[in-house]
Design a protein around this ligand. Structure first.
Ligand SMILES: C[S@@+](CC[C@H](N)C(=O)[O-])C[C@H]1O[C@@H](n2cnc3c(N)ncnc32)[C@H](O)[C@@H]1O
Length: 246
């Protein structure tokens, strides 16, 4: 995958040189290019200006962004504008973006953008209902969540299939050595070596966590007959616990 990032602060992206995203670049699975659009700004490198009609703060000017985009070689890329009013980013969105050959990110700053910049974009993306100082941290988050889904980026030892949100359920609890840490032991079923029991326990734990923490996820999830039975059992246990505590 090729990623181009338009930003006033390329140095903020140093974290992407490390860990999984850094390794993906070393393996040649990913290329990231940074474009500081200040370098393409006319008018003594001014990238921002006051809003027409008055108002607080400064806006990114349209010219530096247009001229920077014109220099990027691209064949029908997805162009993502980081924008609090955009489509909320989630795992399904990351899976969609991981299918693309090229992504271009435009990172905002100051009070926002000249609206005409939006004629260049295919997607407006929001990280959530809060306001960041600039689009850089949001772009890094989207890049990280997307790149780890590209085939061969994660090594054989790790996989995203069981990750929370990938299957539609939250991930089950996990444990590693030692078996007993200061009196806190690992559930017996995980020590049993009985693969079928372990699979069923993990499925039940995933369903329980999802039901208790994010029941909204179950509204869009197709339960298998086994999952429907387990969920019924979990709901009954929860009801009995509540009655006992009343
Ligand atoms: C200070 S914010 C501008 C906020 C704008 N005045 C508003 O009310 O929507 C500057 C830039 O940070 C980025 N940004 C801020 N919050 C974001 C979020 N929740 N998701 C994605 N990008 C965000 C955008 O690129 C935005 O243009």
């Amino acid at each position: 995958m090729k990623i181009d990032i338009l930003t006033l602060f390329p140095e903020m992206f140093a974290p992407l040189e490390h860990s999984i995203v850094g390794k993906a670049q070393e393996k040649g699975l990913l290329e990231i290019n940074y474009h500081n659009f200040r370098q393409n700004a006319e008018k003594s490198r001014h990238v921002d200006d006051e809003p027409y009609g008055g108002g607080q703060g400064m806006l990114l000017r349209v010219q530096p962004i247009f001229d920077t985009m014109a220099k990027i070689q691209a064949d029908k890329p997805r162009v993502l504008l980081l924008e609090p009013a955009g489509r909320k980013f989630d795992q399904a969105y990351a899976e969609e973006l991981a299918q693309e050959d090229q992504l271009i990110f435009i990172c905002g700053h100051y009070e926002g953008y000249d609206e005409r910049i939006k004629t260049l974009v295919t997607d407006e993306v929001s990280l959530g209902d809060f306001v960041l100082t600039g689009g850089e941290l949001a772009a890094m988050t989207v890049v990280d969540a997307t790149v780890r889904l590209i085939p061969e980026v994660l090594g054989k030892e790790s996989s995203h299939q069981d990750d929370s949100f990938s299957s539609g359920l939250l991930e089950y609890p996990q444990y590693t050595r030692p078996y007993d840490f200061r009196g806190m032991t690992v559930p017996d079923v995980l020590m049993s070596g009985h693969h079928e029991n372990i699979r069923r326990w993990r499925l039940e734990q995933s369903l329980r966590k999802t039901w208790q923490r994010r029941p909204d996820l179950l509204d869009h999830y197709q339960l298998s007959p086994e999952e429907a039975d387990l969920l019924e059992k979990i709901k009954t246990q929860d009801r009995e616990n509540e009655e006992r505590n009343d």
